[in-house]
Write a protein that binds this ligand. Structure first.
Ligand SMILES: [Ca+2]
Length: 438
């Protein structure tokens, strides 16, 4: 579906409450590069105005991410959305991207798509509940992919946009200073958002909407944390007793035959393939998700959206499909970039459109097209994120840690969960936007 058709559909679907993007017509916000010049007016929190022209589209926007391949695919789309007035990109250090490489990798990708002036902040080094990370080797391979793109002249190395504030500080600053409510998309462990809310809980009141990628909510059996992801080349390190990665690259530390053992097999002794009931973004920082839900508990309905793992099950990344669509892109550099990205992504094991789908779903919701790439919503659900870890599990029993479950007494706002995706519409919307022909 082209952008014009999408706009028509949006106009028809929108009620009077929906402010059309032409409200923001003119030099200040007619395209992505001009949007960069559309700076947030620094007014005190007391002046937050939710009505009037200044709060129409594009919405002030913060993208929090962990610099993974699917985050990068999300960026290629988001860069051209007319719904967004980019204020910041904050990088999770405890997800897929390395703490040092993730920010500059995303800075380069942002520059490629015309967002080189958007401030980028680095996140804290650790999860707030460190149990597991992505295998270190996968994280290094992500950096190596970006390095190949630098050497090949596809991306420019840059740290120009990286600011001195931490991710949490920048989120707090933007939410405090923005005259209009801010849209937040988090496509990582949510650590930065949790730290920001912890730093200043009042910022919750200036959130227009928050969109989160993660959880195995709603459909039993959609856990995507597997035991095979805890090792790389036979070496443990992704889920150790202290959640660090001390051992990767060395011989396996586990002494299976002796009395003394450095770490238990599997994930702290639990085979997550058999007993997991969670999803990686939640699993990497369960406390962060728990905190975000808690800090946002007073938000009314239609403010918090979560795209659960099941929604992307029918959207694997395949090289054949990626090459087919890449060939339709006008920009030859972009063509190479997405094809090479797909190859690197596939080398890391399971590769799905997770974050890119969440980005498109958010954009559609902001356009008044809630039923679209997300084809099935569970709305206004009261849910909790379990912090309980169990190690001694019987056959078929699930480890509650990181599970999201229905709970009438939840310390959380009503949340809309996206549980199914429309793969046909995803391609119709995603690729024309990336190609700027939509
Ligand atoms: Ca991500």
């Amino acid at each position: 579906m082209g952008r014009f058709v999408q706009f028509l559909w949006s106009s028809l679907a929108c009620g009077v409450a929906c402010v059309a993007s032409e409200d923001c017509a003119g030099a200040d916000c007619s395209d992505a590069s001009a949007v960069l010049q559309h700076k947030t007016k620094a007014k005190g929190r007391s002046t937050h105005s939710h009505g009037g022209r200044e709060c129409s589209k594009p919405y002030p926007f913060i993208w929090d991410n962990d610099a993974n391949y699917d985050d990068t695919l999300a960026l290629l789309y988001l860069a051209h959305s007319e719904n967004l007035d980019w204020k910041a990109i904050t990088i999770e250090s405890d997800g897929m991207g390395t703490p040092h490489g993730g920010p500059t990798n995303i800075a380069a990708a942002a520059s490629l798509v015309g967002l080189g002036d958007v401030p980028i902040a680095m996140g804290g080094l650790s999860s707030l509940s460190p149990i597991a990370t992505m295998p270190l080797q996968w994280r290094l391979e992500t950096d190596e992919f970006f390095e190949r793109m630098f050497r090949g002249g596809i991306l420019d190395e840059t740290d120009r946009a990286i600011v001195d504030l931490t991710a949490a500080q920048l989120i707090v600053k933007i939410l405090n200073e923005s005259a209009c409510p801010v849209v937040i998309l988090t496509t990582g462990p949510a650590t930065n958002v949790a730290e920001a809310l912890d730093m200043d809980p009042s910022i919750a009141g200036n959130i227009h909407g928050i969109y989160m990628m993660g959880s195995a909510y709603g459909v039993p059996g959609t856990n995507n944390v597997y035991d095979w992801q805890m090792t790389y080349n036979g070496v443990k390190g992704s889920c150790t007793e202290d959640g660090g990665q001390t051992y990767t690259g060395l011989s396996p530390p586990l002494n299976r035959s002796g009395v003394v053992s450095a770490i238990r097999p599997e994930c702290r002794g639990v085979d997550m393939t058999a007993h997991g009931d969670t999803e990686w973004n939640v699993f990497m920082d369960v406390r962060a998700w728990h905190m975000v839900y808690g800090f946002l508990k007073d938000l009314p309905a239609d403010h918090v959206y979560v795209l659960a793992a099941n929604a992307t099950l029918n959207m694997p990344v395949t090289l054949e499909e990626m090459e087919e669509y890449a060939a339709t892109l006008a920009d030859p550099g972009l063509r190479i970039f997405v094809t090479e990205l797909a190859k690197a992504f596939l080398a890391a094991g399971e590769a799905k459109w997770w974050d890119a789908q969440c980005a498109v779903v958010m954009d559609q919701v902001l356009s008044g097209l809630k039923q679209g790439v997300c084809s099935n919503w569970f709305e206004d659900k009261l849910t909790s994120v379990s912090l309980v870890w169990r190690s001694n599990l019987t056959d078929g029993e699930l480890n509650p840690y990181g599970s999201v479950y229905d709970d009438e007494d939840a310390h959380a706002p009503p949340i809309d969960y996206c549980l199914d995706g429309n793969v046909t519409q995803m391609w119709e919307v995603y690729w024309p936007m990336v190609n700027q022909t939509g």
